[in-house]
Write a protein that binds this ligand. Structure first.
Ligand SMILES: [Mg+2]
Length: 259
């Protein structure tokens, strides 16, 4: 079956952005995305970053191309703003998602309290708060975060909808039904683009939900992706690149564009 890419869903850090490398962005990848956009392909960045942090990332790394949509905080869906600001919620999804999370965190208060006690007493991880309350945490190392997620995996047995997104040393508490894959599914529903026409690329735990084949038929990862991601991509019949970060995404785009 030949498939034509109509929508790209790419992670940001570690996928397009090669932190600590010079250059940070792969020129071939940027040019390829630009050409695809010119031919009508829609590009969404699907990230754990907030809108503000993604905006500053796009500026700091001097992105030569700009996304058509942004999916932020591993759950929210934004489109370009029609009145002055840069981005606005696309439909009522973000509102519904926020409500679901408020309800969940209310009903899972005791689990959250257990997690907070564990983190405070047994780790050096730092809890992160935002206006609506506890958002997640940052661990001192990935090994420390392994211990935290092991604890949460046990504690959440009585509240299965209470879950987390994990990316390097960062962890965000969330509702099990909302993740990068769900945000991508909502965007593709709004744009009327089918799963068969979607390419997705990512490198870490929080990308698995958009790379396991459920929402994008063309999943891919760069060579620097963690083993769990490579496994998910392989099982879904996707493409594991031999090059890292943007160069790997470019390789994957060429692979799917030609297949
Ligand atoms: Mg990443």
């Amino acid at each position: 079956m030949s498939s034509k890419i109509r929508l790209l869903s790419t992670d940001f850090d570690g996928t397009l952005v090669a932190h600590g490398n010079d250059p940070v962005l792969d020129r071939g990848c940027m040019e390829c995305i630009k050409r695809l956009q010119e031919s009508g392909v829609i590009w969404a960045i699907n990230t754990g970053r907030s809108v503000d942090l993604l905006e500053s990332g796009l500026t700091d790394f001097e992105f030569p191309v700009h996304p058509d949509f942004i999916l932020t905080s591993e759950r929210d869906v934004f489109r370009p703003s029609s009145n002055g600001g840069k981005w606005e919620p696309f439909g009522d999804w973000n509102e519904r998602v926020a409500r679901k999370h408020a309800e969940l965190f209310h009903s899972a208060e005791s689990v959250l309290a257990e997690v907070v006690d564990f983190v405070n007493q047994k780790t050096k991880a730092r809890l992160l708060y935002h206006s609506a309350g506890l958002e997640g945490l940052i661990a001192e190392s990935e090994e420390e975060l392994d211990r935290v997620t092991k604890f949460i995996d046990c504690a959440r047995a009585k509240q299965p909808k209470f879950h987390y997104q994990r990316n390097t040393v960062y962890l965000r508490f969330c509702h099990a039904d909302y993740h990068k894959g769900a945000a991508l599914a909502e965007l593709s529903r709004l744009l009327e683009i089918s799963r068969q026409e979607i390419f997705a690329a990512g490198d870490h735990h929080n990308d698995v939900s958009m790379l396991d084949g459920r929402f994008a038929a063309m999943p891919a990862c760069p060579a620097n992706a963690i083993p769990e991601v490579k496994e998910a991509v392989k099982s879904a019949g996707g493409f594991v690149a031999s090059k890292e970060c943007g160069a790997g995404v470019h390789e994957a785009l060429c692979h799917f564009a030609e297949s």
